[in-house]
Design a protein around this ligand. Structure first.
Ligand code: NDP
Length: 282
C-alpha cells in the first residue's frame, strides 16, 4: 500500500518558512500583497479566489480581489492591470482563469509586469523556465516538485511521465522535471499506447481533467503517482484524475484529492508573492 504525500503537511512547512520572511519584510515597512482579478461569476473560480485571499490574510499578507463583470472589455481589464503594475504596494497580480471567451488570455497575461506575475504564466516567465533561468515558476508544477522532493525519491535519471500538455500544468511540469534530470515523456490526447508508457513511469503526473483516468494497469509497482486533477462528480464530491484506491495498491507514494496538489498550488502562490515583495524591496 502506497504512502500518502500530504499536500497539507508539505504546505504547512512552506508556510512555516514564509512566516519569518514575511516578518522580516514587515520590519522593513513592506507588507507582501497579492491582488487577484476575477472576471465573471464562475463558481469554481469564486472558491479558488476566496481560498487565495483567505490564505494571504492568515499569513498576515495584504490581499485584495477586484471583481469585474462578465461583460468587461479586454482593454478595460488590461487598463486595470497596468494600474496595478504601477502600484508599488501591489507585489503580485493574478488574473483568475478561465476568462470569458471574448477576452484573449495571452493578451491579458502578457499585460502583467513579469516581476509581479506570481502565477508564472507570462511569456517571459515561461521562457525563463524553458531556458533554465530564474523567474516565477507556475504554482501547480512548482508545488508538485516540492512534494516529490519531500518524499525523497531520487529524481535524477527517473523515468517521469506527464499526462497533459497545458500551459499551466503539463508543459511547465515537464520542464521542471527535466530541470531535475528526469527523463520526461509528455502524453496527451493523441498519444499512442498511453497505458504502456504510463506503466513504465517511476514518476507519473496526471493532469488530464478526467475523473479516475489513471487505472491500476497504468501504474508501475513502486511508482510515485501525483494527481493534479480536480474533478467534480455529479454528487458534488471532488475526485482526482487517478483511481486512488486502485493506484494506491501498486504505487510507493501517492497524492490524495483533495488535500494533495491543491494546497501546494496555493502555498507556492504565497511563496511567489513573498519573493516578488522581497525583490521589490531590494
Ligand atoms: P487542460 O484541459 O488544459 O489540459 C488537459 C490535458 O489532458 C490536455 O493536454 C489534453 O490533451 C490531455 N488529455 C485529455 N484527454 C486525454 C486522454 N484521453 N488521453 C491523454 N491525454 C488527454 O487541463 P489543465 O492542465 O488546466 O488541468 C488538468 C486538471 O488539473 C484539471 O482537472 C484541473 O482542474 C486540474 N488543475 C488542478 C490544479 C490544482 O491546483 N490542483 C491547478 C490547475 C489545474 P490535448 O492537449 O491533446 O487536448
Amino acid at each position: 500500500m502506497a504512502q500518502l504525500i500530504s499536500g497539507k503537511e508539505v504546505a504547512a512547512s512552506v508556510y512555516e518558512a514564509l512566516t519569518g520572511r514575511i516578518q522580516a519584510l514587515k520590519a522593513r515597512g513592506v507588507t507582501p500583497s497579492l491582488t487577484v482579478i476575477l472576471v465573471g461569476e464562475n463558481p469554481a473560480s469564486q472558491v479558488y479566489v476566496r481560498n487565495k485571499a483567505r490564505m494571504c490574510k492568515k499569513l498576515g499578507m495584504g490581499s485584495s480581489v477586484i471583481r469585474l463583470d462578465e461583460s468587461t472589455r479586454e482593454e478595460n481589464l488590461i487598463q486595470i492591470i497596468r494600474q496595478l503594475n504601477d502600484d508599488a504596494s501591489v507585489h503580485g497580480i493574478l488574473v483568475q482563469m478561465p476568462l470569458p471567451r471574448h477576452i484573449r488570455e495571452f493578451a491579458v497575461l502578457d499585460a502583467i509586469d513579469p516581476k509581479k506575475d506570481v502565477d508564472g504564466f507570462h511569456a517571459v516567465n515561461a521562457g525563463l523556465l524553458m531556458s533554465g533561468r530564474e523567474g516565477f515558476r507556475a504554482c501547480t508544477p512548482k508545488g508538485v516538485m516540492r512534494m516529490l522532493k519531500s518524499c525523497g525519491v531520487p529524481l535524477a535519471g527517473a523515468n517521469a511521465v506527464v499526462i497533459g500538455r497545458s500551459n499551466i500544468v503539463g508543459k511547465p511540469m515537464a520542464m521542471m522535471l527535466l530541470e531535475e534530470n528526469c527523463t520526461v515523456t509528455v502524453c496527451h490526447s493523441r498519444t499512442r499506447e498511453l497505458e504502456k508508457i504510463c506503466a513504465e513511469a517511476d514518476i507519473l503526473v496526471a493532469a488530464v481533467g478526467r475523473p479516475r483516468f489513471v487505472t491500476a494497469q497504468m501504474v508501475k509497482p513502486g511508482a510515485v503517482v501525483i494527481d493534479v486533477g480536480i474533478n467534480r462528480l455529479p454528487d458534488g464530491s471532488l475526485c482526482g484524475d487517478v483511481d486512488f484506491d486502485q493506484a494506491a495498491e501498486k504505487a510507493a507514494w501517492i497524492t490524495p484529492v483533495p488535500g494533495g496538489v491543491g494546497p501546494m498550488t496555493i502555498a507556492m502562490l504565497m511563496e511567489n508573492t513573498v519573493e516578488a515583495a522581497e525583490h521589490a524591496a531590494g
